[in-house]
Design a protein around this ligand. Structure first.
Ligand SMILES: *[C@@H]1O[C@H](CO)[C@@H](O)[C@H](O)[C@H]1NC(C)=O
Ligand SMILES: *[C@@H]1O[C@H](CO)[C@@H](O)[C@H](O)[C@H]1NC(C)=O
Ligand SMILES: CC(=O)N[C@H]1CO[C@H](CO)[C@@H](O)[C@@H]1O
Length: 434
């Protein structure tokens, strides 16, 4: 068929369907989060038609700098800055409604980027509604204090409930609130207040809500479109593959794209892993390449390693390639975006973790057991630093030879090409290699 023929959305059996199938391009964090996914997404979102979020809630933060305005995103896809793109929040996302509208208001005040956002945003009717912060601690969808009672797990509130028959929603909400109150005696829910607030949001939300599965189906099977999926959190925070129990409740690896949007695996195209040029981790838990000395402090201060949402100081260490290779095993990266290379500019030598050993025995891969991870000793490769600023560099060739070697070393180890290298905060500072 000719390039732009529109197919019937559900082909009749036996109908010859030529391949006009669109695929989604995915951007995922490959470490413990805070790799700078927002910047890669922003770059790709500039000419995307649709930008989707498939998992997470508003706990993850993205910072995007455009025209020296710094936007903070938690729930909104950062593609919402592209006035020509549609942003989509899929069913895998837990939406805290006051948070969503607050986030939009805040970013509207920062610059022009967000103007008209409500016309550009679609929300899946199957997405879950995150409840007030004080209940979130006990919300089965957003915390580790999971009560296996199916009663609770199957009575989460979804967007389709809120924009549906409001009396049915009220009943469900009251039941759920009462259930939580019985379960957790010291929880004080002002049921009527919260209900009023949610009902208020219902009217603002209604025009944005769409059948998410049908929306994606049409996008994937219609005329050629660039569809981008921005992952939240990162591989090592995935509920299944992360450093359990210090993980999120969400599916941060590539499978989350299918389950969180309702997209068949055959429509998953390129998967880009975002890797910071060193490693950071927020909170407690094993961190084999952690630097508890001045080098760690230097990475922390030069890299401004504080949480976007929490303001928490991030722990810092050398790049751990065992960990990144593990993320690659799960996600199958097509290419890598290496971010924050410039933070290493002042170091005379740079180490990279290339193998784990326990009791002198090498481990074949990243261990599941956190006690083992605590006990590993790391084998490092030491590479020369470049001791000059890379911030103004805009091409691979202009990078100092030592920085080029650092990048090539990572590619060789992972057997994945590096497609972008970040040397600063702005859009222009993402060097494209191919
Ligand atoms: C989980 O929920 C059930 C049913 O509501 C309740 O009986 C049980 O005590 C709860 N368990 C915990 C640990 O909260
Ligand atoms: C910090 O420790 C690492 C490895 O343990 C070492 O390579 C680095 O030189 C140390 N930094 C300082 C300033 O001592
Ligand atoms: C939305 C989504 O994909 N949720 C899944 C994440 O992973 C857990 C554990 O494997 C599943 O139970 C969820 O359904």
């Amino acid at each position: 068929c000719g390039g732009s023929k529109v197919l019937p959305t559900v082909p009749e059996p036996g109908l010859c369907v030529c391949s006009l199938l669109n695929k989604v391009t995915v951007v995922l964090g490959a470490q413990w989060g805070d790799e700078g996914k927002g910047k890669v997404v922003d770059l790709l979102a500039m000419d995307a038609d649709i930008v989707c979020r498939c998992q997470g809630g508003n706990n993850a933060g993205h910072t995007v700098v455009v025209d020296s305005v710094e936007y903070d995103f938690h729930l909104l896809p950062s593609g919402v800055l592209n006035k020509k793109a549609t942003s989509f929040i899929g069913n895998g996302v837990v939406i805290h409604l006051p948070g969503l509208f607050e986030e939009a208001e805040k970013n509207l005040q920062k610059g022009k980027g967000l103007q008209g956002w409500e016309e550009r945003l679609k929300i899946s009717d199957r997405a879950h509604i995150g409840l007030q912060h004080k209940w979130e601690k006990v919300n089965p969808l957003s915390s580790l204090s999971f009560n296996s009672s199916l009663y609770t797990a199957r009575n989460g509130l979804r967007v389709c409930d809120l924009v549906g028959d409001i009396t049915v929603f009220e009943d469900k909400f009251r039941l759920l609130a009462e259930h939580f109150q019985r379960m957790y005696q010291n929880l004080n829910i002002n049921i009527e207040n919260e209900l009023e607030q949610l009902k208020g949001f219902a009217e603002r939300l209604r025009p944005l809500v769409t059948d998410g599965v049908y929306f994606m189906h049409k996008a994937l099977n219609g005329p050629s479109k660039k569809i981008l999926v921005e992952g939240a959190n990162a591989a090592l925070l995935d509920i299944d593959f992360g450093t359990y129990p210090f993980v999120t409740s969400s599916n941060c690896t590539v499978g989350g794209v299918c389950t969180g949007l309702g997209v068949p695996p055959s429509h998953v195209g390129r998967v880009y892993g975002v890797v910071k040029a060193y490693t950071t981790r927020v909170g407690v838990g094993a961190f084999p390449t952690e630097l508890n000395n001045e080098t760690g402090d230097l990475l922390q201060s030069r890299g401004r390693e504080f949480g976007v949402t929490t303001g928490r100081r991030r722990r810092c260490g050398w790049l751990d390639l065992i960990l990144v290779r593990y993320a690659h095993m799960v996600n199958g990266f097509s290419a890598i975006a290496l971010t924050k290379l410039d933070i290493l500019d002042t170091l005379p030598e740079i180490k990279v973790g290339v193998a784990y050993k326990v009791n002198g025995k090498p481990l074949p891969s990243f261990p599941a057991n956190m006690d083992v991870l605590t006990r590993v000793t790391v084998e490092y490769e030491t590479l020369p630093g470049w001791c000059c600023s890379t911030e103004a560099v805009r091409s691979f060739e202009e990078l100092p030879p030592q920085a080029q070697s650092y990048i090539r070393f990572i590619e060789d180890f992972l057997q994945v090409p590096v497609k972008w290298v970040g040397v600063g905060k702005s859009r222009e500072s993402m060097i494209k290699l191919f």
